[in-house]
Design a protein around this ligand. Structure first.
Ligand code: FES
Length: 194
């Protein structure tokens, strides 16, 4: 009898202790505490593409104005509802142009919208902005250490020290507006060099 009482008291204490512990460990923390500010978030499916530089920065890009094989130019994604540009991280910078869809490698065709392609502007070597264009090779070129990226083949490295391809952002055209179809294919940013 005594023994049973002892057992039931022990159980009661354990339950109380567990309840106390539970009270301590289950403190509710709003998820917003961990959420990234929207302008730092990577381009989201459904975002619209706007000019990322120059006189028309923030204006919608008209897909029909992009010429075949023109030098890629800076673009950014923006939320279609709030019109907030995702310009809070340089890892969100994009370069876009139009290529000949028939010559685009089969594997990457689905990432293009009527031949328009978008790549991360950040070199995978040490993170410079890729601003140059080799019109003969139809390749994006980094001004820092001359890495070159084949945009007809998913941003594959075709020269220089860059260790991996550029991340490609799948696009769509919806009611004449250039939009993001899915999140980046490939890793954005660079690998620390030692
Ligand atoms: S940072 Fe682009 S080649 Fe080095």
């Amino acid at each position: 009898m005594n023994k049973n009482k002892y057992v039931s008291k022990t159980k009661a204490i354990s339950r109380r202790t567990a309840l106390k512990l539970g009270a301590v460990t289950s403190v509710w923390i709003p998820t917003e505490v961990f959420a990234q500010p929207p302008n730092r978030m990577r381009p989201q499916p459904g975002d619209q593409l706007v000019y990322g530089d120059g006189d028309f920065v923030g204006d919608l890009i008209d897909p029909t104005s992009i010429i075949l094989n023109q030098q890629p130019f800076p673009a950014l994604a923006r939320d279609p509802d709030s019109l907030l540009k995702r310009d809070g991280s340089r890892l969100n910078r994009l370069m876009i142009t139009r290529i000949d869809q028939k010559k685009l490698s089969e594997r990457h065709k689905e990432n293009a919208a009527e031949g328009i392609v978008a790549f991360s502007a950040i070199c995978t070597h040490t993170g410079c902005d890729i601003t140059n264009w080799d019109a003969e090779k139809l390749a994006m070129a980094c001004p820092c250490h001359e890495s070159m990226f084949d945009i007809y083949n998913g941003g594959t490295v075709i020269g220089g020290p860059a260790p991996r391809p550029l991340a490609m952002l799948p696009l769509n055209i919806s009611k004449g507006v250039l939009t993001v179809a899915a999140s980046f294919r490939g890793r954005v940013g660079f690998t620390q060099q030692f």
